[in-house]
Write a protein that binds this ligand. Structure first.
Ligand code: MN
Length: 131
């Protein structure tokens, strides 16, 4: 079982993403802001973070940059969720340290597929650490 932290300020999107990921057998934690996410991360580290880009206060890309600069959190895979599908957004998202992204409104199949695509990388990292 993998643990996924969803950072999302919209309750309906949170519920949808939670349902999809729990149905795939993952343990899900939620945070509605960057501040809440940092609190959750103080307690335990997830395998993957599903990160809304548009958050009140510190946004998802700034939070991702912060996490990627911290040795304790930099290995966590981050998947962005964004309503922006404009040219240049993909580059901006990947530059911030995200490993992938899905577009909003959330397509439940796209979400499952992207998370499944990136989780084997988590396993490889964990394996490398054991050596
Ligand atoms: Mn949002």
């Amino acid at each position: 079982m993998r643990t996924i932290l969803i950072v999302e300020d919209n309750p309906m999107n949170m519920e949808l993403a939670r349902d999809v990921l729990e149905a795939s057998g993952h343990r899900v934690r939620g945070a509605a802001s960057a501040g809440e996410a940092l609190q959750v991360l103080q307690e335990s580290l997830p395998d993957l973070i599903l990160m809304d880009i548009q958050l009140p206060g510190l946004d998802g890309l700034e939070l991702t940059r912060t996490l990627k600069q911290d040795p304790r959190t930099k290995e966590i895979i981050v998947v962005a969720m964004t309503a922006h599908a404009m040219r240049g957004d993909r580059e901006r998202i990947l530059e911030a340290g995200c490993s992938g992204y899905i577009a909003k409104p959330i397509d439940t199949r796209a979400l499952s597929r992207e998370v499944a695509r990136l989780l084997p990388a988590v396993k490889a990292v964990a394996h490398a650490k054991q050596r």
